[in-house]
Design a binder for this molecule. Structure first.
Ligand code: FMN
Length: 220
């Protein structure tokens, strides 16, 4: 029996910037969302993630100022239509959201013999991203929004969070209740980048070899 609600949740999830209402986050909601993140698969069961809940406005303000500098730096690389499109896009909701959740990666956890990370060092990072996706979907299920901010220098966020040198910041997630979730991603709605459909991403046997369109004829 297919659970349609599961797919509905996947497609409803959005990256949120402008729709945060700054309302309270109930501890039981946060517990369920972070527990879902902590239930993610991880290489060698290493669970290399940690979550720093950033509520202090002074810290969030400092981070927002840094992100603004990086936004301006990126804008400086753009010209013409690309620049004017980018200027319409809000790239963070750091102070509009109820809190930040900084997700970190501890490469030393379970080391040196992390089962499955022997040949692929990045497998630890992949694990953290899976925890983030679980968090994002659980938040959507709870009526919360998540906005991933990556306009920052890792060194800056590491210092702000006082991370030990072996721990990397992977994401600043703006988190909290929202007025609504947009149906279409901001980047698509505002003309920056549309989502490509599945057939562009499926190959047959070797990279770059188009899959037979017959497979999808009656679907989608
Ligand atoms: C690793 C990662 C970093 C991202 N960084 C930012 C960011 O700095 N600012 C932003 O506005 N959106 C950021 N996003 C959100 C993407 O723009 C968004 O996921 C994409 O446009 C698709 O929209 P959707 O998540 O609503 O489906 C990031 C997403 C990912 C996965």
């Amino acid at each position: 029996m297919i659970n349609e609600g599961f797919y509905d949740l996947i497609y409803r999830r959005r990256d949120v910037r402008a729709q945060f209402n700054g309302g309270p986050v109930m501890p039981e909601v946060l517990f369920r969302v972070l527990s879902a993140a902590n239930a993610a698969p991880s290489v060698g069961m290493s669970q290399p993630w940690d979550f720093i809940l950033v509520e202090e406005v002074s810290l969030r303000t400092k981070f927002a100022e840094h992100v603004e500098q990086e936004r301006v730096a990126f804008a400086g690389l753009l010209e013409g239509d690309r620049l004017s499109t980018f200027e319409k896009i809000k790239i963070e909701g750091i102070l509009d959201s109820s809190m930040g959740i900084v997700v970190t990666y501890d490469a030393k956890r379970g080391a040196p013999a992390v089962l499955g990370r022997n040949t692929i060092d990045d497998a630890g990072l992949y694990s953290v991203c899976l925890a983030i996706e679980n968090l994002w979907l659980a938040a959507t299920n709870e009526g919360m929004g998540v906005g991933w901010v990556s306009f920052y220098k890792e060194e800056y966020l590491s210092q702000l969070m006082e991370l030990p040198s072996h721990v990397r910041p992977i994401a600043w997630l703006c988190f909290g209740p929202v007025s609504h979730l947009e149906e279409i991603p901001d980047l698509e709605r505002l003309g920056w980048q549309a989502r490509r459909s599945l057939e562009h991403h499926v190959f047959s046997n070797k990279y770059g070899i188009e899959d037979s369109p017959n497979r999808w004829q009656l679907l989608g």
